[in-house]
Each structure stands twice: as C-alpha cells, then as structure tokens.
Design a binder for this molecule. Structure first.
Ligand SMILES: Nc1ncnc2c1ncn2[C@@H]1O[C@H](COP(=O)(O)OP(=O)(O)OP(=O)(O)O)[C@@H](O)[C@H]1O
Ligand SMILES: *[C@@H]1O[C@H](CO)[C@@H](O)[C@H](O)[C@H]1NC(C)=O
Ligand SMILES: *[C@@H]1O[C@H](CO)[C@@H](O)[C@H](O)[C@H]1NC(C)=O
Ligand SMILES: *[C@@H]1O[C@H](CO)[C@@H](O)[C@H](O)[C@H]1NC(C)=O
Ligand SMILES: *[C@@H]1O[C@H](CO)[C@@H](O)[C@H](O)[C@H]1NC(C)=O
Ligand SMILES: *[C@@H]1O[C@H](CO)[C@@H](O)[C@H](O)[C@H]1NC(C)=O
Ligand SMILES: [Mg+2]
Length: 672
C-alpha cells in the first residue's frame, strides 16, 4: 500500500517537473499552416490554404473557436498574482453585405478550450444566457463586436470592449485609434481590411490596454480601451488562449492572419507583417456592385422582389403560351400527319393573324397572308370557324385528299391545322390576288382580252380536272370570280374547291343546304338543293359572262334597288342580235371579236336554266380551245318555256341578293 502511494507521489512529481520544464511562455504565428500546428480548432473554424485562420465561414448562426493547444501558466502558484502578458494579432472581417455583419469575434483567455456550450449570435461563442455574468466563468475576453446589442449595453455596432466573465463590457470604445497628434481615427471592423491589435497586461499596475491600428502602421502610443483590474481572481493558474467568433443571419467570415503571445514581462514578439497572408480577394457580387454604384438599401431589397415577380410573370407567360399553341391531335388525324401543320408555325407566319396580314374575308372566314418560318414560303391561311365538330373528320379527310390533287390551274393546298372550333387551311400564296379585283369597281389594272381568255381557259381546264380527270368527281360548288386566283404568270387558278362541303357535313339530314353565291347559283340547285357538275357549269357560264362584260352577276339597276341578272342582261343583247355590245368597255381595242362572241354565247349556253342542256366541262374546254366550233343557236333554243316560267326573274325579284359572298341557306325538304 505504502509502496503504491510512494510510486504515485513519485510519478506525480515527475510529471509536474516535466510540465513546468516544457511550460510555454510564448509563440508566434506569421500566418498559419495546414494542418494547424499547436492550434486546436472547433466549430466552423478552419485554417485555409491561403494561410489564415478562418474562425467562421458562411454558415449561419454558428460558432467557431481556435485555441493554442497547450495551457499557458499565468500564475506561478494558484494563490499568486497574474503575471504580465502580451499578445498581438492581425484580423479582418469579411461580410457578404458591406453594411451589416454579424456578430463579431473576441480574443479569449479561458480555463478550458472547450466552449461548446456557448451560444452563437450576440453571445460571440463565449457564453450562454445561463452563465453570462457568472464569476465562476473565469474568462477574460477582448471583443470586436459588429452588432449593437442593447441588452449588453453595447455602445454601437462597431466597438471594442474588455469583458470579464460577461458580455457586458467593463469598458469599451468605438473601434479606432489615436494618431500621433492625439486625434481619434475611426476604424470600421467590417471594412474588409486587415487591422492589428495589441493586448497588454501589466502584472504590477494591473492595467489592461487594448490598442488597435490599421495594418502595417506602428502601434499607437495611446491605447483605445483600458481598465485597471487585478486579474488574480479572474484567471486561474493555467489558462488557454485563443479566439472565438459567432455568426447570425448575415454571412460573415472572421479571419486571423497572424498572432503572437508572450507571458511574463516581455512584450509579445512582433509579427513579420510581410509574411502574413493577404485579405482574401472576394470579387463583389453583382448586387454589391449595384450597391456600390450608389443604390440605396431599398433598391437592394427590391431587386430580389422584382426578380421573383418577373419570374412569376415568366412562368405565367410560358404556361399561357403553351396553352395558346397547344396542338390537339386526335387519333384519326395521324393518317394526315404529313398534311397537318403546327399552329405555332402558322401563328408566327402570319405574325399572329394581324389585321395587317389580312388578305380578305369571305363566307367561311378570313384569309391571312404569311411566310412560313423555316422554308420562307409565301402562304395564304384561311381561318374557317366551324361550329359543328361532327363530320369534321370526313371533311378534313376530303380536304386533304383533294389537297393531294396537283394541277396547274388549282391553288395548291399545302396542309391544314385544326384547333378547337377552328380549321386552318394553308394555300400557296397567289401574288396577283383574285380575278374579281380586275373586273369590277373601276379597277386600277384591267386585263386585256388575251389575258382574260387565258384565264378562262385555265379555269375551264381546272374545273374539267375536278369533274373528270381526278380519281373521283369533285364538285367545286363555289365557282366565282373571287375564287379564281391569279398566279405570277397571270394563270387562272381555282381556289376554295370542296370548301362548300363544310356546310353539308354535320347538318340536319332533314334539311339540305344550298351553298354557293347568289348570281352563280343554278336554278336547279336552288330547287333541289343538290350540287352537280352541271351546277358548277352554270356558275362557270356566269363567270364567262362576268369576265367578258366586266359586270357583276347581279347588278342593281336603279335607285329603287331593282336588280338584274347578268345572264338576262346578256340574253337581251342576244335577242336583239348585237351580243358584242355586251362586252366590257374597259377591254381596249385589241381583241378578237370572234372569241368574245364565242365566250358570250358559251356563257349563255352554260348558264342554261335546264341542267341537261348545259355542256359538260369537256365540251366547254373543246370550244374554248377551238377544237370544236360552238354550234349556232337562237335565243329560243336557250330559253324555251322556262323563259315563260321566269325562273331567272323570280330570282332577282326575290330581293335575297345581299352580298357577293358565299351564302348558305336551307330549304326544308320532306315534312318540315
Ligand atoms: N391563295 C391565296 N393567295 C392570295 N390571295 C388569296 C388566296 N386565297 C384567298 N385570297 C384572297 O383572300 C380574299 C378572301 O378569300 P375568301 O375565299 O375568304 O373569300 P371569297 O372568295 O370572297 O368568298 P368565299 O368564302 O365564297 O370563298 C380573296 O378575295 C382573295 O383576294
Ligand atoms: C508546437 O509545440 C512544440 C512543442 O511545444 C514546439 O516544438 C513547436 O515548435 C510548436 N510549433 C509551433 C508552430 O509553434
Ligand atoms: C491559498 O489561499 C487559500 C485561502 O485564500 C488557502 O486556504 C490556501 O492554503 C492557499 N494555498 C497556498 C498554496 O498557499
Ligand atoms: C455560477 O455558476 C456556478 C457553476 O456553474 C453555479 O453553481 C452558480 O449557481 C452560478 N451562479 C449564478 C449566479 O448563476
Ligand atoms: C447599462 O447601462 C445603463 C445606463 O447606462 C445602466 O443603468 C445599467 O445598469 C447598465 N447595465 C449593465 C448590465 O451594465
Ligand atoms: C467616427 O465615427 C463617429 C460615429 O460612428 C462619427 O460621429 C465621427 O464623425 C467619425 N469620425 C471620423 C474622423 O470619421
Ligand atoms: Mg374564296
């Protein structure tokens, strides 16, 4: 037992002598190395590759500590007074926002390097709300506080204070220094500049001086903050020295660039300033640059708000656009995939269906001019609104199949697009517009006979193709001057073929609709409601007369609104035997009398009120080409007893003539 005690005593003596012999009196760090030598770090502290001690990084509401690993002996014996000591260090604070930072840092002498139970924010990683102000803390700190906390009687948000066991400073001062002329110079702790601090304690006078100066300037003669206090009751025999810092919600880095310490008498070893690491160059963020250019804080806060608002608007815009250009492709449309065009393309092609691009409007809808985005092809887009979705499939199928037709006297159909209750048909753009504008209302440009005859021949050839040359019989149903379009070489091309069918599909089977344009409508068509190739021939006949005479199919004769049919009017000349007088006076002098006469007569023949008496398009083409001469006929051949029935006159007197555009009206058939 005794031996055991003796051994323990011996070893304790040995260890004591060992510790005292290796007692550290001072050290110098001109920058720090990785891994840190004799420095223990805790919390969010690190030593950076650049060689400085980063007490806090950009973590919010956290603490960081760095202590010299070995204890420093401040008293020779526990009951002795505290020896003189001295320390100097270079520090700097980088705050992401240049005008606020949080919360500050402190040089600390503590009995224990473990300050884990200390709090962040205004507690600076030194104390917590329970032990703040308790004398059993045995902590001396020199704080560099960047936030004014009234509960700790802080003077401002940029002060240096000497603290004993508490966050309430024993004495403090705004950060700064006294220059040689004893003038006070402010220093800003968060100025992102390096600053040097000296803390000296005189063991005899019990005076603690804290002095600071800008980096690389001599130590000022007059200290910034001083207190006289015997630290014997505060410091224990062995204490740890180091730094503490804490952050709150503003991202702040508290940095130490160099540090030296000395206990017992002598001053702390001077730092070799040239060896210290530089303040890290952190390029100001864009927001900061704004701020520096003199923008007030309000603007700084408004910028993110505006960003959010604009983001919301952007999302709304994208969603709306998506909805606007949504393609509704139904199963049955896949087989027409090639012909189906994207609404978005058509939208951009026509510049959003602007009025500026409007070519005209007719019975089915409006026609817009456009240029396809990629191919740069000139197009005309016809926007047809169809109220009934029934039968649309058949209609689209028909239009697409018709669109496969290719003939030099048809306006090429490039494709279609369907959207909600709209159908868009895309045609080749015809640079010379419709034939109508060259014939009526004292046109600026008129066509001479040769041009007109060529157009007539072209249209006849196109109509013949529809009637007989295509794999199935296609009835145009709406042959008229505005549906004859002129291409660059002034060839007549038929447009809008088959469109009149749209009114057929989906309508009440009890009613048959008559579709066409007044003046071009064959009497048998009106009577039976059925369109045939012969009704197309009738309309073509009216067109022939229109081209030759330059008159509307139906003209208002006098002020009382009485109307006269062109067919009747020409027929009058035929009866009088001077049919050539019916020709257009704007025709000029260069024309072939025989051709005009033939065309006028052919026009009358085609618009015969009896469908069986009308020639077919095959015949018409022969006559127009001169392969077969038109058989001579008398007025009586044209109008036998129908003349007496007055079918034509019945028309013109009915007063139903309203516009030159397509009409659709229903004749009730059957029991209704
Ligand atoms: N492919 C095209 N190229 C150039 N202009 C065109 C084209 N298609 C139509 N237009 C122009 O658009 C105008 C309107 O055409 P739209 O077919 O809508 O009316 P309409 O022919 O007068 O009557 P309907 O509805 O009976 O066809 C036409 O007068 C014509 O000048
Ligand atoms: C760390 O401590 C040891 C032992 O006290 C000493 O030899 C060494 O120089 C110290 N290193 C530094 C960088 O102070
Ligand atoms: C230190 O002082 C206390 C009372 O103040 C006393 O009890 C103790 O014995 C002293 N210790 C030494 C080593 O002098
Ligand atoms: C001070 O701390 C000690 C030890 O932690 C504790 O016993 C004591 O009650 C505290 N004093 C006050 C006033 O809180
Ligand atoms: C804070 O300062 C006020 C007046 O300056 C003083 O009355 C109060 O006691 C001080 N509080 C502390 C905790 O020092
Ligand atoms: C120092 O700062 C105080 C307040 O922060 C101000 O009143 C004073 O004018 C400043 N002095 C100098 C020299 O900038
Ligand atoms: Mg048309």
């Amino acid at each position: 037992m005794f031996v055991k005690l003796l051994i323990i005593f011996f070893f304790s003596l040995l260890s004591q002598s060992l510790t005292s012999s290796s007692q550290v009196l001072g050290f110098t760090y001109n920058g720090f190395r990785r891994p840190p030598a004799n420095i223990s770090i805790q919390g969010i502290s690190t030593v950076t590759a650049k060689g400085f001690l980063k007490l806090t990084d950009k973590t919010m509401v956290s603490t960081g500590h760095a202590f010299y690993t070995k204890p420093i002996r401040f008293k020779d014996s526990p009951n002795d007074t505290v020896s003189s000591f001295s320390t100097t260090f270079v520090f700097g604070i980088y705050s992401q926002i240049p005008i606020v930072s949080g919360h500050g840092m402190a040089f600390v002498i503590a009995p224990n390097p473990d300050l884990r139970f200390s709090w962040a924010s205004q507690y600076l990683g030194l104390f917590n709300s329970m032990n703040n102000g308790n004398d059993s803390n045995h902590v001396l700190a020199v704080e560099f506080d960047t936030i004014q906390n009234p509960e700790f009687n802080d003077t401002n948000n940029n002060h240096v204070g000497i603290n004993i066991n508490s966050l309430n400073s024993v004495n403090s001062s705004p950060a700064g220094y006294w220059n040689e002329n004893d003038q006070f110079q402010n220093l800003t702790l968060i100025s992102r500049k390096r600053m040097q601090v000296w803390v000296d304690y005189d063991g005899l006078t019990h005076k603690i001086d804290v002095t600071m100066a800008p980096f690389a300037e001599d130590k000022p003669r007059k200290p910034l903050v001083s207190i006289v206090r015997d630290l014997s009751s505060v410091l224990l025999q062995d204490m740890f020295v180091g730094f503490s810092a804490a952050t709150a919600y503003v991202l702040s880095e508290h940095l130490v660039f160099g540090w030296s310490f000395q206990v017992k008498g002598k001053k702390a070893p001077p730092l070799d300033l040239s060896k210290l690491p530089k303040f890290p160059k952190v390029g100001p963020t864009r927001v900061l640059r704004f701020y520096k250019s003199g923008m007030p804080l309000i603007a700084l806060l408004l910028i993110p708000l505006l960003l959010i608002i604009s983001l919301v608007f952007l999302v709304r815009f994208i969603v709306r656009r998506k909805r606007k250009f949504a393609e509704e492709l139904e199963d049955w449309e896949t087989e027409f995939g090639k012909n189906r065009l994207r609404f978005k393309d058509l939208y951009y092609a026509t510049k959003g269906f602007k009025d500026k691009n409007l070519l005209g409007s007719g019975g089915f809808g409006r026609v817009y001019r456009g240029i396809m985005p990629i191919t740069k092809k000139d197009i005309a887009v016809k926007r047809v609104s169809n109220e009934s979705r029934q039968g649309l499939k058949e209609f689209v199928a028909e239009i697409v199949s018709i669109g496969r037709m290719s003939h030099r006297n048809l306006v090429p159909l490039l494709g279609y697009c369907r959207r909600r209750d709209e159908l868009l048909l895309v045609y080749d753009y015809m640079p010379n517009g419709s034939l109508e504008k060259y014939l009526h209302n004292s046109p600026e440009v008129t066509l001479d006979w040769k041009q007109r005859f060529k157009i007539i021949q072209g249209v006849a050839s196109g109509l013949f193709y529809l009637h007989e040359e295509w794999e199935q019989v296609v009835i145009h149903r709406d042959v008229k001057a505005s549906n004859i379009l002129l291409d660059a070489e002034l060839n007549g091309r038929l447009g809008d073929f088959g469109l009149a069918r749209l009114c057929d599909h989906g309508s009440n089977p009890q009613t048959t609709r008559v579709v066409g344009t007044w003046g071009y409508l064959a009497p048998d068509h009106v009577r039976t409601g059925r369109a045939t190739t012969a009704t197309d021939v009738f309309a073509f006949g009216v067109l022939l007369l229109e081209v030759a005479c330059g008159r509307h199919p139906i003209e208002i004769e006098n002020e009382s609104g009485e109307t006269a049919l062109l067919v009747d009017w020409v027929f009058g000349f035929l009866v009088e035997g001077n049919i050539l007088d019916a020709k257009d006076p704007n025709l000029g002098s260069e024309y072939d009398q025989k051709e005009i006469e033939m065309v006028l007569k052919l026009g009358l023949l085609c618009s015969h009120s009896d469908p069986h008496s009308r020639p077919t398009m095959r015949h018409v083409l022969h006559y127009l080409r001169g392969d077969v001469t038109l058989p001579d006929f008398s007025p009586l051949d044209l109008r036998g007893n129908e003349m007496m029935l007055g079918i034509h006159h019945g028309f013109s007197e009915s007063g139903m003539f309203t516009s030159g555009s397509s009409i659709a009206y229903s004749i009730l058939s059957g029991g209704r």
